[in-house]
Write a protein that binds this ligand. Structure first.
Ligand code: G3P
Length: 214
């Protein structure tokens, strides 16, 4: 399973890249707004740090506006993947991007039928939001299971990108279900490596190592 980092914070991206733990980056307007910087500047800088798919979202909601933005994003860097909303207009734009050779990440997916449409439109990635489904008293991971099954049934090439990840169990479940990618906030990446028994065990090894004759 590939790991993307879900942030627009360059410090977090640099640190995760330094650790060698990430294969790509996903951004969205809410994450970029937190930086106080221009979206284009942020994406350009990310492209200098990470050599992998970097999702940059369109802000328009109509087909012509989305396509104008998608074409502009595609010119920024070969690694930019255009993020489009899961609407009828977004699906139409997804198909055009596919025809033009631009990779897409269809976002805001909350149902298996939406994911089916995105795959039929030729999306490179589908982003089901598991955390937000959990927040609405549904089990987000059931959706991942359904999408993985449907894509397998028909041999769709669209990669399942588990998004809206809130905790390490989401990551583990995504891996168990065979999702292609998990996009993870920096805090959760850190949590993945932690276990209290690792800390206790390491402290004991360090203490005992002092007793080894030098
Ligand atoms: O990038 C989309 C997604 O990961 C958003 O997560 O936590 O805002 O639901 P969240």
């Amino acid at each position: 399973m590939k790991f993307f980092i879900d942030t627009a914070d360059l410090n977090e991206i640099r640190e995760a890249a330094r650790l060698g733990l990430i294969d790509g980056v996903t951004t969205n307007p809410s994450l970029v707004a937190k930086t106080g910087r221009k979206y284009l500047d942020v994406v350009r800088e990310i492209c200098e740090v990470v050599d992998g798919p970097i999702s940059a979202e369109v802000l328009s909601t109509d087909y012509d506006g989305m396509m104008a933005e998608a074409r502009a994003w595609a010119k920024v860097h070969r690694n930019v993947v255009v993020k489009l909303p899961l609407t009828l207009e977004g699906l139409r734009a997804t198909r055009t991007c596919k025809q033009e050779g631009t990779r897409t990440n269809v976002t805001l997916c909350f149902s298996a039928n939406q994911a089916l449409l995105a795959a039929k439109a030729g999306a490179s990635f589908i982003s089901p939001f598991v955390g937000r489904l959990d927040d609405a008293s549904e089990d987000g991971m059931n959706l991942i299971e359904d999408i993985v099954t449907i894509y397998k049934n028909y041999g769709f090439k669209t990669e399942v990108l588990v998004a809206s990840v809130r905790h390490p169990v989401h990551v583990m479940q995504a891996a168990l279900l065979g999702a292609d990618v998990c996009t993870i906030p920096y805090k959760v990446i850190e949590q993945l490596a932690k276990h209290p028994l690792t800390d206790v065990g390491l402290a004991k090894f360090i203490e005992d190592s002092k007793k080894i004759p030098r």
